[in-house]
Design a protein around this ligand. Structure first.
Ligand code: 3EB
Length: 327
């Protein structure tokens, strides 16, 4: 097992071909057909795939160990831990969304500590009907409240936030998967955007607990995991109703984030290259326009497009991705 303080070579890579079972860290499948089994490495995200690969296989360079622990699935290889958790809608209703989310995040924190991967790198959160409900009762805001209450138990939590995605689904309660590590990543914020943890009160009772990106200095080159990035400047939604303008603004936000990460790495601008991108669109009619602009900026990067609700109703799209620099 690697020492706690050393950063190993990059301990996983996402691919779209089949992977030998003992090296499979995770398989993330998109689509509404239920293919879930007992394997803790398999996550089914209930979002229709509009184009691009429906499945991501996370390949580990070394054999993985996996199992279930109190309802959480996990898979680890000595450097990183992939995990997943699902909370069915009746359970969300029974506890209330904020408390259910608080419990979910608390259980993840416990798992990460007990297995020795205490550093959150990234989370993906998929919540049925994310924008249903009025004012502070809106489901996204209740989710944010629960997540905040759980993560804020750690002193200095605003400097250790994972990158994240939060997207709405048509069904399926809460589906959550995450990546954590033995060694910490570096939290990156975006100079064009108010940090989400510092959003003003108008967006809900507690601010959303996520960072704009996580930078991980693997021994064989840094990686930047970018959160879902939308047409938000400062804290405000820009270009309501305008798909191309929202896409340009999201891409400008990503460029700004890349610049910030390259400064932190002391790397020249342009060193971070997109490895894979995922685009979420609210309306299937917007795919062509959104994709065209994304392709113009990133012609050679694998891109998948999923149909899902962005967590503010005026946002029509969101882009996430991973970027790499080689030494
Ligand atoms: C935003 O910038 C858009 O709550 O985990 C993007 C990525 C957004 C992650 C989250 C929310 C989240 O505020 C929304």
């Amino acid at each position: 097992m690697p020492q706690l303080s050393t950063t190993p070579a990059r301990p996983f890579r996402v691919c779209h071909h089949a992977v030998e079972d003992q090296f499979l860290l995770a398989r993330v499948c998109h689509g509404t057909s239920p293919t879930r089994g007992d394997d803790p490495r398999l996550v089914q995200v209930p979002l229709p795939v509009l184009t691009g690969p429906a499945e991501d296989n996370w390949l580990s360079p070394t054999p993985v160990q996996h199992g279930w622990s109190e309802g959480l699935g996990y898979s680890e290889n000595g450097a990183v831990l992939f995990g997943q958790l699902q909370v069915a809608e009746p359970e969300l209703q029974r506890l209330g969304l904020a408390r259910a989310t608080f419990h979910a995040y608390g259980r993840i924190e416990h798992l990460l500590r007990s297995r020795g991967y205490p550093h959150w790198l990234r989370t993906w959160n998929y919540l049925a009907e994310i924008t249903r409900g009025e004012g502070d009762e809106e489901r996204y805001r209740q989710f944010s409240l629960g997540r905040h209450n759980a993560l804020a138990l750690k002193p200095g939590f605003e400097q250790q936030l994972p990158a994240a995605t939060a997207i709405g689904t048509a069904e399926g309660g809460l589906v959550l998967y995450f990546l954590a590590a033995r060694a910490p990543g570096r939290q990156i914020e975006n100079p064009r955007q108010t940090s989400a943890y510092a959003y003003p009160r108008q967006y809900g009772p507690k601010s959303p607990s996520f960072s704009r990106a996580t930078l991980v200095d693997w021994a064989d080159g840094a990686e930047l995991l970018i959160s879902g990035t939308a047409s938000v400047v400062g804290h405000e939604t820009r270009h309501v109703g305008d798909v191309p303008a929202q896409m340009q603004e999201a891409l400008a936000n990503i460029d700004s984030l890349l610049g910030e990460a390259e400064r932190r790495l002391d790397a020249e601008s342009g060193r971070l290259r997109a490895e894979s991108l995922r685009l979420y669109v609210r309306d299937p009619e917007h795919v062509a326009a959104a994709m065209a602009l994304c392709r113009e900026r990133h012609p050679d990067t694998p891109l998948s497009v999923l149909l899902g609700d962005i967590c503010r109703s005026e946002l029509l799209l969101e882009v996430e991705g991973s970027y790499r620099v080689r030494p």
